[in-house]
Design a binder for this molecule. Structure first.
Ligand SMILES: [Zn+2]
Ligand SMILES: [Zn+2]
Length: 309
């Protein structure tokens, strides 16, 4: 079996070697026009010589490494009192015991719930026409697709999350994620398996719908998207709002300040990455938003009363 990473089987056979380093060396020798990232990518697929395993293992490692590597700085920051000045709920510092409990549960869910779709991912990619070939698409194409995925995922997240706050769904599914009224990085993926799968549809399903429509998507674009989405999810649960946080530069970016309020008040701020859905549909969380809402309702009532006179 030859990997689909090269569309030329002669090159594919030429670069194959016993070790990864040797494969990489061959790829660099015979494919010097590729950039360094493409060379590593091609070497990985050529060395593995089994695309199902190569994609599955890569996605699993990508998820584990990105998630825990992004959570670690937040865990350290929680131990340093200097950073409390930027903590959104400064009196609620998660204990190490709480964080370890969360870590155990997240790890268990990763291995049990998320491992299966990851191993069946490559056959699905092949069916859908998601490419693993080198070279990668143009960076402008990748940026456009990732930006679109952010917008679509946010839309999906808003509605699915809002639904999860209704009686039955909340009681039996979403309540688990709300165990922490003051969230911390690791708690981002602390959720019921049904929630993980339904909200996860926004991350994986939207690119699938995109490739079904356009017939064109590269797996590398998907990798970058998943990494950025994991950063967004962990950061929005971090509990810290810094003067240099992204929402200070992009006012429509939700960030930790937005999602922390959701955990604090259990209601409102349902979107994941952006503020526009909650703003436009009047579902913003917190006492200030509630006051503004009441003020708006009063104005409307007065207007209607005047109309009647
Ligand atoms: Zn919620
Ligand atoms: Zn949350």
């Amino acid at each position: 079996m030859v990997s689909a990473v090269f569309n030329n089987s002669t090159i594919a056979e030429l670069v194959q070697a016993e070790s990864f380093t040797e494969t990489l060396h061959n790829v660099m020798k015979y494919q010097p026009q590729l950039n360094i990232m493409e060379q590593y990518w091609a070497s990985w697929y050529s060395y593995m010589n089994n695309d199902v395993l190569a994609t599955g293992l890569m996605f699993f490692l990508l998820h584990e490494i990105t998630y825990f590597a992004r959570c670690l700085p937040w865990f350290i920051i929680d131990q340093i009192p200097y950073f409390r000045r930027w903590k959104i709920q400064p009196t609620k510092i998660p204990s190490t015991k709480e964080q370890l409990y969360c870590l155990k549960s997240v790890l268990l869910s990763h291995f049990l719930v998320e491992a299966i779709p990851i191993w069946t991912f490559h056959p699905m990619c092949e069916k859908l026409g998601i490419s693993v070939e080198v070279p990668f698409p143009h960076w402008k194409t990748m940026c456009f697709e990732i930006a679109l995925f952010f917008v679509l995922e946010d839309m999906w997240h808003y509605w699915a999350h809002r639904l999860f706050h209704y009686g039955f769904f909340y009681k039996y599914i979403h309540k688990q994620h709300h165990r922490y009224a003051a969230p911390f990085g690791l708690s981002a993926e602390y959720a019921h398996p049904v929630e993980t799968m339904s909200l996860g549809f926004g991350t994986v399903g939207m690119p699938i719908l995109y490739v079904l429509y356009t017939g064109n998507l590269h797996l590398f674009t998907l990798c970058i998207w998943v990494v950025l989405r994991l950063f967004q999810a962990v950061d929005s649960h971090s509990g810290y709002d810094f003067p240099w946080s992204l929402n200070k530069f992009l006012p429509f970016w939700a960030g930790a300040e937005h999602h922390d309020l959701h955990h604090h008040y259990f209601i409102g701020n349902y979107a994941s990455s952006f503020r526009w859905w909650d703003y436009c549909l009047d579902t913003e969380a917190g006492p200030e938003a509630k006051l503004a809402r009441e003020e708006k309702m009063k104005l409307k009532a007065n207007k209607n009363a005047k109309k009647r006179v």
